[in-house]
Design a protein around this ligand. Structure first.
Ligand code: C2O
Ligand code: CU
Length: 543
């Protein structure tokens, strides 16, 4: 079959931000990178050429890639990296998702600048479950480092310290006019009074969850993570790395200039917090833009307002209508409970730069994931032993008071390993993710490749297996590919294991991923040929 091709050339490109010029890794010289436009059900091929100086892989975040994890992208999970001077043609298969997704690098910290939007329109000839907007606008949130990001993470991993925070947050690649030297590039959206805009909002930042709002305007949320939601109107949104929110903006205010502003959300008391704010401007230019008027500033929730955070994220609901039915598993065949923890590992003579001379790490069920040297998918497909183990514990190794101020010290030191979760085809999986307060409690945006899951429950404190399931929403839970585990709290997700293959699951805070907060699902083949993993393409990058 013939598929539409995109050409993605990865290379170093000079960009100037915050009064300084540096080379960053880009796709086709763009930052943020090019937008992919497809219709639901289409397949495209992205021809990736690595003309940069780093090994790279690309991932299509939220795209299920049915039975074809070979071009899913995570380094050492489904492929070995594309080396400088090499190329790889990645088939991207759009099946059930519809709305806004995104693509990003999935090797080291290169996704800081190597990312872009994916817009999945409804099947040709059909339309949105809301009135057609006059215009669609991608809003990508990000972060800018003055230093080379690869150097930032390499140094952190060498010393054992928490990596440096970014120097600015960005909207569509621009810090906005509250930062030095940033006025000319500030993203501006010119609106026409009475018109409606579909904002496709993506959080592509490495390490920060955001609050975002627009002065004097409310937003009507209509979708998230590539599926539609019940509509609700709000004065602000919250969005974690990995998540997308689709929201309608009605230009119904007096002509003027209005700030759209985003600020990091962080409830953790030990977490260094950058309180700077990135801005864009929404302006009414009919008949002409009132250029000299200073924009109005929105009310953003306070940076540690957990109530505001939870209030937004728990308002997301599936449409669960006749035309958009849900398929939440009611009977669970595979139950998993995992802690998601930040840990520390002792260093000889307390010589590392983490807390008390330790090295910072992170874990799930007390295993800090170690990347193998050839990818797990290849090892699984070709029966190569010694690459990974299948002993990821289905329950925490110790039952303790996960969210106490002084948890058992022994759990601060995780084991290191490459353990995966193996489940049968068509199992119905329930996964409870339990945050802990081992080193510091913080939110964890957990993301699963190859699937979206229904978020059926959440709560603060320790998960209670007798009481909490009674509160699950099995009627219209949101279908997401990334869910935030509340600080010192828990979240339950459910999905049907109908996509055979090797699928990564990890915290989408990049520093936690670098520290080992991840595991892998291997979903076995079913019995008939429509339920089996497809063979690899010819041009898989060699290890
Ligand atoms: Cu946004 Cu592993 O992905
Ligand atoms: Cu995390």
């Amino acid at each position: 079959a013939w598929f539409r091709h995109y050409e993605f050339v990865v290379r170093e490109t000079p960009f100037t931000r915050l009064c300084e010029t540096k080379n960053i890794l880009t796709v086709n010289g763009l930052y943020p990178g090019p937008t992919i436009h497809v219709h639901k059900g289409e397949t495209i091929v992205v021809d990736v050429y690595n003309m940069g100086n780093y090994n790279i892989t690309l991932h299509w975040h939220g795209v299920k890639q049915p039975r074809f994890p070979w071009s899913d992208g995570p380094e050492y999970i489904t492929q070995c990296p594309i080396q400088p001077g090499s190329n790889f043609s990645q088939k991207v298969i759009f099946s059930i998702e519809e709305g806004t997704l995104w693509w990003h690098a999935h090797s080291d910290w290169s996704r800081a600048t190597v990312h872009g939007a994916i817009i999945v329109y409804p099947v040709q000839g059909t339309t949105y479950p809301f009135p057609l907007p006059n215009e669609e606008v991608v809003i990508q949130l990000g972060e800018w480092w003055k230093k080379d990001v690869m150097q930032v993470i390499t140094e952190a991993l060498t010393t054992g310290a928490d990596p440096n925070t970014s120097d600015a947050f960005t909207i569509n690649g621009e810090p906005g006019d509250l930062y030095p030297c940033s006025q000319p590039g500030t993203f501006q959206l010119n609106v026409v009074p009475g018109a409606t805009y579909l904002l496709r909002i993506i959080n592509a930042a490495l390490n920060d969850i955001f609050f975002l709002s627009l002065a004097n305007h409310s937003l009507t949320v209509v979708g998230s993570d590539g599926s539609y939601t019940k509509h609700f109107t709000t004065n602000y949104i919250t969005i974690s790395p990995g998540q997308t929110i689709d929201a309608l903006l009605l230009a119904n205010q007096p002509p003027g200039r209005y700030y759209m502003a985003a600020r990091a959300y962080s409830s953790g008391n030990n977490v260094s917090f950058d309180n700077s704010t990135t801005t864009a401007v929404v302006q009414y230019c009919d008949p002409s833009c009132p250029l000299f008027q200073p924009p109005f500033f929105p009310d953003l929730p306070y940076y540690n307002d957990t109530f505001a955070y939870l209030n937004f994220s728990t308002s997301l609901r599936s449409l669960a209508s006749e035309s958009h039915p849900i398929d939440v598993p009611l009977n669970v065949t595979t139950q998993l409970i995992s802690t998601v923890s930040v840990n520390t590992i002792p260093c000889p003579d307390n010589s590392c730069a983490g807390p008390n001379g330790t090295r910072v790490a992170a874990s799930m069920n007390n295993i800090s994931f170690v990347n193998p040297s050839i990818d797990i998918l290849q090892a699984y497909y070709n029966n190569i032993s010694g690459v990974f183990g299948d002993q990821f514990p289905h329950f925490p190794p110790y039952i303790f008071n996960f969210t106490a101020d002084y948890p058992p010290l022994i759990l601060e030191v995780p084991k290191r390993g490459t353990e995966v979760i193996v489940v049968d085809y068509e199992s119905t999986v329930e996964f409870v993710l339990q945050g802990t307060n081992l080193v510091a409690g913080i939110e964890h945006p957990m993301h699963l490749h190859g699937y979206s899951f229904y978020v059926v429950g959440y709560g603060l404190g320790n998960y209670d297996k007798d009481k909490d399931p009674l509160t699950y929403n099995l009627v219209d839970p949101p279908l997401q590919n990334t869910v935030v585990v509340p600080r010192n709290g828990w979240t339950t997700v459910r999905f049907r294991a109908d996509n055979p293959g090797v699928w990564f699951m990890h915290c989408h805070l990049e520093r936690h991923l670098s520290w080992g907060m991840e595991t892998v699902f291997i979903v076995k083949n079913g019995n008939d040929s429509n339920a089996t993993l497809l063979p690899p393409p010819q041009d898989m990058p060699p290890c």
